[in-house]
Design a protein around this ligand. Structure first.
Ligand code: ZN
Length: 419
């Protein structure tokens, strides 16, 4: 019997291409598309339309008469409009003040039957008007773009064009996930994943550093503050520099996290392990909010999850997401829940003691075992068998039953430029 986690998934990735100097026809097309998004939004609000089907019958004829663009773009524009309306209605339902959505940015969204991409050369053909010549762009393909485009198991999805940028979605059916024989559960922190590997009745602690991501963030934070001060008299320049700085930081951080996520997925696969993570979109994660309420952004945490999830899906590695509620407040040995603030070490009246991060990871594993029968068959985890001064490097998981090695730092990943 298979559970929800091993169901086949579709992996979607976005290929981003920077393009300088759009031909004017493309600019015109994007302006028209914006109108065909904004006008139907007004129609839908005034007539209380909630489905794309009804919007099409109410607005298609008018849009088609007023705009001479290639016809297949009209349903795509309606889809963008419905998406904006859905978000708007959700805000209203939550009692938030919200004005009727209006798309400011010029854009174009097209389904894969509307455009043509030569997967070898990057020649992109975008029709503009009915029965007229199309616009042709020559996308610069990086090695990474080529590796995906030359692999025909990736099929082309929708095309999005915004000023200066072309985004092409590609999709692939993920292989079926294996039945887990072990579990790799992680507590996600600012600068590391701290976890437990469990197989049968054996278990060991492990940690994976983000290779100095926090340091990168701190450096960029200081640099941004200095820039802001220096350019305080010119808001426009200040904004531009800050945006550029932010992009640089994200790229550097993302690069490091790719090394980490790849490593974790490879090790999990080698062990036929399920990866267990917190569902960061859920609230009520105990003392977490205070913990994360720092000046550095918590974006790397969600980014590392995103990377692990799609890489795992491509490799058939099951990922289980659990509600992080109380995972930092509970004693994994006796189940007692603490009400006070937990410091660096979680101590319990029953005698249990473990550093906060690994303690949370044990609770994350326990939560997954309680809700996942497949996993519970493979892993019979006893917290009492663990010692918190014993760490096994991630690449050494297979050595677990023979005795875990002592590792003081837990910092076993080799990082680029020694970060
Ligand atoms: Zn206890």
């Amino acid at each position: 019997m298979r559970n929800v986690d091993s169901r086949n998934a579709v992996v979607v990735r976005s290929l981003v291409f920077h393009v300088s100097g759009f031909p004017p026809e493309l600019g015109w097309l994007m302006s028209e598309f914006r109108l065909i998004v904004n006008k139907p939004i007004r129609i839908a609000v005034s007539q209380d339309i909630r489905s794309r089907y009804r919007l099409t019958s109410a607005a298609y004829r008018q849009m088609s008469a007023e705009h001479s663009i290639y016809k297949q773009y009209i349903p795509s524009a309606f889809e963008v409009a419905m998406g904006a309306l859905k978000a708007y209605r959700r805000r209203l339902r939550k009692g938030k003040r919200s004005s009727i959505p209006f798309m400011m940015k010029r854009m174009l969204k097209a389904e894969n039957q509307s455009y043509r991409l030569d997967r070898e050369t990057g020649r992109l053909r975008i029709p503009v008007r009915r029965g007229e010549m199309a616009v042709v762009l020559h996308l610069t393909l990086s090695d990474w773009h080529r590796s995906i485009l030359s692999d025909l198991s990736w099929s082309l999805g929708s095309l999005t064009v915004v000023p200066g940028k072309v985004i092409i979605a590609v999709r692939k059916d993920a292989p079926e996930c294996y039945e887990p024989e072990s579990a790799l559960a992680f507590d996600t922190n600012e600068d590391s994943l701290d976890g437990v590997f469990a197989k049968g009745e054996e278990a060991g602690l492990t940690s994976v550093s983000f290779c100095g991501v926090r340091q990168i963030q701190a450096t960029h934070f200081r640099r941004r503050r200095r820039l802001a001060r220096k350019k305080a008299n010119d808001r426009r320049v200040q904004r531009m520099l800050l945006v550029r700085e932010g992009k640089r930081e994200r790229n550097r951080v993302r690069q490091r996290l790719h090394i980490v996520s790849k490593r974790i997925v490879t090790e999990a696969r080698g062990q036929h392990a399920a990866i267990v993570l917190e569902d960061l979109t859920l609230h009520g994660s105990g003392g977490r909010s205070r913990r994360m309420n720092r000046r550095l952004s918590s974006w790397p945490r969600s980014e590392i999850h995103r990377q692990i999830e799609y890489k795992a899906a491509l490799e058939g590695v099951p990922v289980i997401k659990i509600n992080p509620r109380y995972t930092s407040k509970t004693c994994p040995a006796c189940g007692a829940r603490r009400r006070d603030r937990v410091g660096g070490v979680f101590d319990c009246a029953c005698g249990w003691s473990m550093d906060r991060q690994h303690n949370a990871a044990l609770n994350i594993l326990n939560t997954a075992l309680a809700s996942n029968e497949d996993l519970a068959r493979a892993v019979r985890f006893q917290p009492g068998a663990l010692r918190d001064d014993m760490m096994i490097p991630l690449y050494d998981l297979q050595a677990l039953p023979e005795g875990a090695r002592e590792e003081s730092s837990g910092d076993e990943l080799r990082c680029p430029d020694g970060g």
